[in-house]
Each structure stands twice: as C-alpha cells, then as structure tokens.
Design a protein around this ligand. Structure first.
Ligand code: DAH
Length: 343
C-alpha cells in the first residue's frame, strides 16, 4: 500500500471515530467541516492525487471517494441520532403536564344597559309595541318645537342641550321619535324607541350621554286607564308581580295631563327609613308619562278630535340601577370587567 493509500484510510478511520464521538449537532458539524469541508482532510487527499502517477490515480480516487461517502453516511446516521437525543432533552427540560386543567376563558356578557333595553323591548313587544328609531343628531324643531317646547319655553332649561349647529342639536330626549313616527304613518301607532340622548350634565346621577326608551300609543279612544294598564303590566313584568305603581301629577309640555310614575320599593316596601333605594318612602320614580298633547297631533297632521294617545319616557340607566341595585351611574361607563362580569 502506498503512503497516500494509508493516509486516506487513516483519515477516514479517524473521521469515523470523530463522528461516533460527537455528542452534539455542533460537534458533528465540526467533524463534517474538518473532514469534508473545502480544506477538510479527505478533500485535501483528493486534491493531492494530482501529484501521484497517472496509473495510480483511479484506484486512489475511488478509495478516497469510498471513504468520503462512508463518512457522509456516518454523519447522516449520527445526525438522526443526535437530533432525536436533542428532542428528548428538550422534552425532559420543558416538561408539559397535559393533564393540567385548562385556564378559564372569560366569555363576554351583554352590558347591563343593553340587557335592560332588550328586556323592556321584549316586555312591551309582547303587547304590540314595535321598535322605532330616530337619529341622535336631531333638528331643534323636532327635539323641541314639534313636541310643544317653543323657543322661549322654560322647559328648555330643564334639558341642558348640546347645540351643535344652527337649528341642530344632539337630541336631549327620545321624544322627537314620537313625532317622526306619527309623521311617517297614519294612526294607529304603537311604538317604543330606545336610544342614546345627550345633556350637558355630569355627576353621580347624571351622565352627558345616557339612554332613554320612549313609548307612544295613538289610536281612537286611547285613555288614561289604558296608560295605567300598560304601565302596571310593564312594572309587574320588570320588577316582579307584587309591584304596584302610582301616578303623581307632573308637567311635561308634550302631554296633558302629565305624570311621574313610581313603582313600589321591592327592597324594603317602605319599611326601612334608611333604605338605599327608596330612602324609606316606599316608592321609586321610574318614568314620565301622560296623554299626548293635541298640539302634537296637529303638528303630525292628525285630526286631534279623531284620535287620542299616551306617551311615556324612561331613563334606561335608572331602570338598570334599580333592577340590579347599582349604586353609582358612572360604573356603567367605566368598562371595568369586575363590574361587567356580574351581569
Ligand atoms: N322626554 C322626557 C324627558 O326626557 C321624558 C318623558 C316624560 C317622555 C313624559 C314622555 C312623557 O313621553 O310622556 O325628561
């Protein structure tokens, strides 16, 4: 055997031992570079074949290539082993207990205001009220004049209105939807209208943006008794079958007569002088109502002698606070999960 032949075999053997000894993928790559790389031992051996006599070259070349592929196969086989070993190690290091219970995902819930709007709509829907909506940006005419609140009327002061342009307001009440409904259809009309309203006012019981639901029933011979019947049904459905209502005379320009409507306090029934809900009075105010003022029928194009009707309007936040015993209006608008999760 020539020196070169020995050299090639020795290099090849050494390479195989190094492959077997490699403990990591990095070790193995190092072996690959030192043996098979451009300047690697076997590559150099192949290069040096230029110096041997021509008749010996094929035999030596074949030998070198044989070793080269032996080493390559050894590297490939070792690589598979080492990769498996590495995965094994990772698995042991990052132990995962697949039997652990999963983390609870909190499902969102409907906001108490949305829930209240839906509840009220559903209760009134059952006795024939259809939902009607109006715009939040409203004309001064429909927000005020068309519901019998002319320019110099003192009732305008009761509603701290945002005027946003000549003759344009952010509606301060849902009452203009009464007018929109009557102007767009002939009587009978039986609508409820939930929506957002705005007033320039902000404290523990007032928010510059809040929700109202308006109700309107117009037909022939609709009476105050009908109003009481509807409100009684509504109160019992919403607050429980023992609930009583009472009407206190009050003034709203768009109704005559007008009333404020109270429901009996379910918490203390008037027996606790320090009741957080009714302050011991036994009654909670929930809405304003009355018989539609003839002036509205005129402005709607109806003949006042032909029809009569009643209307009512309530604050949704107030109803939600009474239903769920919520102490501060501002909780409704803070988006605090701890609060919202309870509904
Ligand atoms: N629009 C009134 C307000 O915002 C509430 C109201 C009272 C509506 C009496 C009515 C009603 O329809 O008849 O204070």
């Amino acid at each position: 055997m020539s020196d070169i032949q020995n050299q090639i075999a020795a290099n090849g053997q050494a390479a195989l031992s190094s492959v077997a000894a490699a403990q990591t993928l990095a070790d193995l790559d190092h072996v690959r570079v030192t043996v098979l790389g451009k300047k690697g031992t076997l590559s150099e051996a192949l290069k040096s074949l230029g110096q041997v006599p021509a008749e010996e070259r094929p035999k030596l070349g074949a030998l070198a290539n044989e070793w080269k592929s032996k080493v390559e196969s050894a590297i490939d086989a070792r690589k598979v082993d080492l990769e498996a070993k590495q995965i094994e190690l990772e698995l042991v290091k990052t132990k995962l207990d697949v039997t652990l219970p999963s983390r609870k995902i909190h499902q969102g819930s409907l906001h108490p205001i949305t829930q209240t709007v839906r509840k009220v709509s559903q209760v009134l829907g059952r006795i024939g009220f259809d939902v009607a909506v109006g715009p939040e940006i409203e004309t001064d005419f429909l927000n005020f004049e068309a519901v019998n609140i002319p320019k110099d009327h003192p009732a305008r002061d009761m509603q701290d209105t945002f005027f946003i342009g000549p003759g344009v307001v952010l509606r301060s009440q849902t009452s203009p939807v009464q007018m929109r409904a009557m102007r767009s259809q002939k009587w009978p009309v039986r609508i409820l209208s939930p929506g957002v309203v705005y007033r320039c006012d902000s404290d523990a019981t007032h928010s510059p943006m809040f929700h109202q639901i308006e109700g309107l029933w117009v037909d022939q011979k609709v009476s105050l008794a009908d109003l009481k019947g509807v409100l009684d049904f509504f109160a019992k459905e919403l607050f429980g079958s023992d609930t009583k209502i009472r009407l206190r005379p009050s003034y709203f320009p768009f109704v005559e007569p007008g009333a404020e409507v109270d429901v009996s306090c379910a918490i203390c029934a008037g027996k606790n002088p320090t009741c957080s809900m009714c302050k011991g009075t036994g009654w909670l105010e929930i809405l304003g109502a009355g018989m539609v003022h003839p002036r509205l029928f005129e402005l709607a194009g109806y003949t006042p002698s032909e029809v009569s009707g009643f209307a009512f309007g309530m604050g949704v936040e107030r109803i939600a606070m009474l239903l769920h015993d919520i102490p501060d209006l501002r909780l409704m608008f803070q988006g605090d999960q701890r609060f919202l999760k309870q509904f």
